[in-house]
Design a protein around this ligand. Sequence first.
Ligand code: AMP
Length: 489
Amino acid sequence: MYSKNEWTAEFKELMSDDKFHDECGVIGISSPGAQNIAKDVYFGLHSLQHRGQESAGIASNMYGNINYYKDMGLVQEVFDDNIIKTLPGDICIGHVRYSTAGESHVTNAQPLVVYSKMGSLALAHNGNLTNAKKLRDQMQDYGYIFQTAIDSEIIAALIARFLKDGSVEQAISKAAAMIEGGFSLVITTGDKLIGVRDPHGIRPLCIGKTNSGYVISSESCVFPLQGAKFLRDVKPGEIVIIENNELKSIMYNENASHKVCSFEYVYFARTDSHIDEKSVYMTRREAGKILARADDTEADLVIAVPDSGTVAAIGYAEESGIPFGEGLIKNRYVGRTFIQPTQEMRELSVRMKLNVLEENVKDKRIIMIDDSIVRGTTSGKIVKMLKDAGASEVHVRISSPPVTHSCYMGIDTPNRKNLMAANKSIEEMRVHIGADSLKFLSVEGLEDCIGLGDSICKACFTGDYPVELYDIEHEVSRNSEKTIIGEYD
Ligand code: AMP
């Protein structure tokens, strides 16, 4: 048992470790003439709920007037019919967010709505900026005040500042050129719905076409429910503007290399989504097949850690010829296990979430597939549960490479000191989780299963970051060429 002080100390430490992380989903719909498009955004947010379970919000735009509602909780807890009715308009954006508990407050929920001289603007943001602190410091020196702790407020303030000098498109282009990191934005102002993707395309964003308009979303899994057809991905460094039911495109940065987040394919995105024209499902299945090709372990049953390992386990079983079966049953009504304030709570929540199907695993040699090992809590706990239920051998296979580095661009991985693979060899990890053997997908295997060559960000597996980590390395230089001071004179 933890004493209150120990609990608070560990909680604070964990929270400060995780302060840069922010996982989110965004959606925007434009449907000229429609009365209450907020309802469609509400349904869309349900399909993006896996990207964030902490807060949800919708902002609606009626002839340039923006109404919004946001609160802590799941989409279905935050909204009801009466609230949706207070959000009229034919352009609407929505957001779901998961951050660490340290930042867990409704002031940090999105969409963010700002009122500039040029009109109201609502913005929803997925990702993390790697120069947010630097920009915030510079802006504060110039008298800016911020009401929230989120990067989105910096983006909104920059856009509002540049709006004075030109069109919305120009203002967004200028703001987007100043921010760095992984970001996807949906924005509405005036009679426009706008989508923006970071120059490397680290965070996903795609466009769907309905009979009456357009949908912009973090993931394509929202389209069927909207009656929308997948049109295309927003390109890295592109701004798309939807106005009067027409789609315009501006490239604000074409020079950066394409580096879409590989962890979206590994874990984060929904299995039925396509990102940059690659099917998440096929990627995961192929990862399982590649794992099996590099493995000659004899076993009786392939099982998945549901749901994150299921597709890779199917691929592994297909390729190896070892039958796939259920070994773990998931309670679908328990939330995430990944970030819980203390180790004890994390361990308890694995047991709350999963039960072993003893009938299937007793006296069997098991291949257990999961998508990733981050802290190592989940795998260790499950191996023990399987062994306690009588499994004779448990061979753990992970359908991604070891996570050795933290992500600062929008995936919620902890500080390196809490990443198991950053601190232990594979053999030490095997011993720690109590498995009979442990194998990971190789980095080459990851590239092969996604099929986008080198156009993927693998920073969490290799430490090779596609962007400068200004904030993280505390390189807050006031003389950098990207300084905004000149721009404000
Ligand atoms: P652990 O090794 O105990 O930290 O847990 C790893 C498990 O958490 C993986 O099997 C994933 O299913 C899940 N997971 C991995 N990355 C994340 C993330 N960024 N957010 C939430 N869950 C995650």
